[in-house]
Structure formats: C-alpha cells, structure tokens
Design a protein around this ligand. Structure first.
Ligand code: NAI
Length: 345
C-alpha cells in the first residue's frame, strides 16, 4: 500500500533526509517550499497525509479544509505543537508528532550560543578575518562556578543541565514536574530570576508560559543576566527584552527562536527590507546572537525526524493508531482517556 504525503516548508535538508527512506517505505512525496496557509492548503487535495514543521500555523480554517479534503493524518515533524489549534482539531483530524529527535542537538546548540556570547567568539571571528588581532573589548567571563537557571527539565533541559554540570556550573531549575536528579536544585521561578547568572528556557509554549520573560520578570533578574532561548520565541516578550538590553540590565541574549519568526525564519531575506524593527534592533546589538531556529539541525536529528515521522505515518495508516498521537487532552496532564485504547478519539 502506498501513501501520498504532502510536505510543507520542505527545505533541501528535509528532502534529502525523507528521500533517504524511499526504499523502506512505499510513499509518494510532494514537497513544497512554502508554508501551509489558507492560501496554500488546496495543495493538499489528493493526499493521505500532510506533514508540517514548526512555523506552519494550523488554524481552525486549515483544519476544516484538511477535513474536507479527506486528509487522514497531520504529521508534525517536530516535537512542539503550539502552532496547531489542537483543541479545535479534536474529533476532526488525527495528529502525530516526533516527541524527541535529538535533545542533545538542541542542548548543545544552547551551549554553543552561550560560549560564543560570553567569550565573544562571534566578534573574534570577524576581527581575525580582517587581520585585526586586537583583544580590546573581547573580555568574557568563566562559566565555571556560575549559576544557571533552567526552566523546563524535560528531555532537552536535562541534557543542557548535564552539559552545564560538566562545566562546573551550579544548576537551579524550575519545572512543573521536577525530575528526581540530586545534581539539580529545584526552586521557585522567583529564586531563578533572582539568583541566576544565566537563564535557559526549555519548557513548551502554552497559555501559562507565554511571555514568561517579560518586563516584570526581567526586573527581578541580576544585572548582566544572560538569557538563552532555544525553545519557542513567544516565551519572551521581545519588546521588553530589547528595552532591558538598551538599559544595560540584560548582559546578553542568545536567541534561536523569535516570537514573530514565522514569516522570517528558514528563508533568505538578505536582499529584502525587514519590517520587524524589534528583530532588526535586537540583531544590531553587539551582545545579541540570533540563529534562525537552527538548534535542531544536525544530521542525527534530521535522520531521526524523518524516521519517526514515517514510522508514525506507517503505523497510523495501517493500524489507525500511533503511540505518538497528540490531542489537547493528552497535553493537559494526561487527561486523554482514548490514549490507553491506542487513539485519542
Ligand atoms: P519535554 O516535553 O521533554 O520537556 C518540557 C518540560 O517542560 C517538561 O519537563 C515539562 O514538565 C516542563 N514544563 C511544562 N510546562 C511548564 C511550565 N509552565 N513551567 C516550567 N516547566 C514546564 O520537551 P523537550 O523535548 O525538552 O522540548 C522542550 C521545548 O524545546 C519544546 O517545547 C520545543 O518548543 C523546543 N524545541 C526547540 C527546538 C529548536 O530547534 N530550537 C527543537 C526541539 C524542541
């Protein structure tokens, strides 16, 4: 049996990794570089499965259209699902995701950004290419002995904590469901704001965590705080962050995600005028490093994404169930009663 899969926001690296499984699965791919939007949803006609990534916004109208076209499954090739109206989708469209593809990839990127920032590697790289060997202005600080506050100690947060412990840092953490790890000190969010030298976000984006870092929480942080966000952009109120950078309260920001990234990231806009003044100003700052949702991008992660996505699709299309199905009831502390029977509804 062969499945027709339409993939949106599909870049060269996605196409290579999915094509690598052509011998294993009997699938016909249609790849689109564009995102899935109300304007592009008609491209899904005739497909069995639609496969999307982090910046495809799956709204109620898109869900209605997918249902009308008889789409059997929406396969997210990512772990976060804040971009899907999962409550509206319940009972209409089955959704699967890739719960973990490489927590190490994201945690290592967070540390790469932190080291780049605090040791000014981004500045040194540019200088030495111009044979400027001056060290003025490149003074950094040691990570050894510093306190890092980690918010969310699931798969990625735990890896990041392990890396920080390897550097001799003290790890404070906040999680709604703390892990049993004697090397991590769980505390309140207020203590994290007050005591951390560095804060790294690894929790999902939801109503509770939207703008977790805002004007009032920024005020509670130490002067010189370094903020890392490799999770989801809207965990941070970007305008408030920019203001705190301008007042020299925030020492540095390492941002792999940005709240308005959907129309910007994953595209070459180097010849364009960027309308987003907040992002443009953030990028202009010497103490801000922005990568465009790149933390996942390793060979290992791409392989795992393609493999798990295709396994999810194959399993669901054959059995009508998938262990990686999600619905809004599963996301609310495992209230999904259907899950134990193998499907959410
Ligand atoms: P996970 O589900 O393993 O861990 C998330 C943790 O956050 C859990 O321990 C959970 O209890 C905790 N949490 C939930 N609500 C919370 C709250 N209100 N306050 C504090 N903690 C809370 O997820 P994983 O795999 O570690 O991913 C974390 C996030 O990283 C994802 O939600 C996703 O947004 C992001 N991500 C970013 C990538 C990138 O390329 N930049 C790639 C993959 C994931």
């Amino acid at each position: 049996m062969s499945w027709n899969i339409t993939l949106f926001d599909a870049k060269e690296y996605d196409i290579n990794s999915f094509n690598g499984f052509k011998d294993k699965y009997d699938v016909v791919y249609k790849y689109y570089d564009t995102r899935l939007t109300e304007d592009t949803v008609s491209l899904c006609k005739g497909s069995d499965v639609v496969c999307v990534f982090v910046n495809d916004q799956i709204t109620d109208r898109i869900i209605d259209a997918l249902q009308e076209y008889g789409i059997k499954l929406l396969a997210l090739r990512c772990s976060g699902y804040n971009n899907v109206d999962i409550e509206y989708a319940f009972g209409k469209l089955h959704i699967v995701r890739v719960p973990a593809y490489s927590p190490h990839a994201v945690a290592e990127h967070a540390m790469a950004m932190l080291l780049t920032s605090v040791r000014r590697i981004h500045k040194a790289y540019i200088r030495t290419r111009d044979f400027n060997f001056s060290l003025n202005g490149l003074t950094g600080f040691n990570l050894y002995g510093k306190t890092v506050g980690i918010i969310g100690t699931g798969r990625i947060g735990k890896c990041f904590a392990d890396i920080c412990l390897g550097f001799g840092m003290k790890v404070l953490a906040f999680d709604k469901t703390p892990a049993n790890n004697p090397r991590i000190t769980y505390t309140t969010l207020n203590e994290i704001w007050k005591k951390s030298d560095i804060i790294s976000l690894h929790c999902p984006l939801n109503e509770e965590t939207l703008h977790l870092i805002n004007k009032s929480t920024l005020k509670k942080m130490k002067k010189g705080i370094v903020i890392i966000n490799t999770s989801r952009g809207a965990l941070i109120d970007s305008k408030a962050l920019l203001n705190s950078i301008k007042t020299r309260h925030v020492g540095a920001a390492c941002l792999d995600v940005y709240e308005e990234e959907a129309n910007l990231f994953f595209r070459d806009l180097s010849g364009h005028i960027i309308d987003d003044d907040i992002l443009a100003r953030l990028i202009s700052m010497p103490n801000v490093i922005v990568s465009s949702h790149q933390a996942f991008l390793t060979e290992e992660a791409l392989y795992n994404i393609a493999e798990t996505t295709l396994n999810n699709i194959n399993e669901f299309m054959i059995t009508g169930t998938s262990k990686n199905e999600i619905c809004y009831k599963c996301s609310q502390f495992n209230e999904c009663k259907g899950k134990s029977k193998g499907k959410c509804f």
